[in-house]
Design a protein around this ligand. Structure first.
Ligand code: ADP
Ligand code: MG
Length: 238
């Protein structure tokens, strides 16, 4: 488990500035949701936290240590994407163990780690299947398994459910919440779906055009939106 702090983070792509001095800190074990319209910089922020995107200015700290110069692996962060391409030629077990193999972890230990993760996610009966033999929800679960198997301190999710149909999305929300409770890890979760934000988050960060509009619990934001943008976005009656 870990605290994450970002301080005055800026990002420019060439002349285009897309993140304008964002600061926030997440507590150990907190489920944080970043919401905001398409293009407001959610994915860019997440990638900077993960170490997948160069930081233009500002700092990312984990457990009080600045990690700007650390690789994603060194940050002990795992990210689950919307387009979670699984390796089609590998089984579920191989997909989940692959990154551990790259880390030169002994085979027997990998098998044990994969088994334990599969147990948590209800994937045990599917370990020998190929991705083409899985449903959408099962594939998404394998994608989460690949992240969990590394036992990261921080999970980043970038719109992980946006490719699933509405029914499955509701089911997976509950599964992710249950998983969070079980693992106790810090989760930063990006979505543009207001319902997802209101029902899943401990705290919500509302972003607009690369700036923070408001941070608070779902109830705080709903009852006391700071402006019309937040009210409109979260559907409060203000
Ligand atoms: P969101 O995830 O909230 O939809 P993004 O973080 O993907 O937003 O994008 C924020 C802004 O940065 C958008 O205007 C987008 O076009 C731009 N952007 C994102 N990635 C790149 C890139 N690699 N090069 C140039 N512009 C980019
Ligand atoms: Mg995005």
């Amino acid at each position: 488990m870990a605290t994450v702090e970002i301080d005055n983070l800026h990002k420019s792509y060439g002349a285009l500035q897309v993140v304008h001095g964002v600061s926030m800190s997440f507590q150990d074990g907190e489920f944080i949701i970043l919401v905001g319209p398409s293009g407001c910089g959610k994915s860019t922020l997440l990638r900077m936290i993960a170490g997948l995107e160069e930081i233009t200015a500002g700092t990312v700290s984990i457990d009080g240590t600045v990690v700007n110069n650390l690789s994603p692996k060194e940050r002990n962060i795992a990210m689950v994407f919307q387009n979670y391409a699984l390796y089609p030629q590998m089984t579920v077990a191989q997909n989940m163990g692959f990154s551990l193999e790259l880390s030169k972890i002994p085979k027997a230990q990998i098998t044990a780690m994969v088994k334990e993760t599969a147990e948590i996610l209800g994937l045990t009966p599917l370990l020998d299947r190929k991705p083409s033999q899985l449903s959408g929800g099962q594939r998404q679960r394998v994608a989460m398994g690949r992240a969990i198997v590394r036992d990261p301190e921080v999970f980043l999710f970038d719109e992980p459910l946006s490719n699933l149909d509405a029914n499955l999305r509701v089911k997976m929300r509950a599964e992710i919440k249950a998983l969070h409770q079980r693992l106790g890890s810090t989760i930063v979760y990006v979505t543009h779906d207001q319902v997802e934000a209101m029902t899943m988050a401990d705290r919500i960060v509302v972003l607009r055009a690369g700036r923070v509009e408001q941070i608070g619990t779902p109830l705080e934001l709903y009852d006391n939106p700071q402006n019309m943008f937040v009210a409109g976005f979260l559907g409060s009656p203000a």
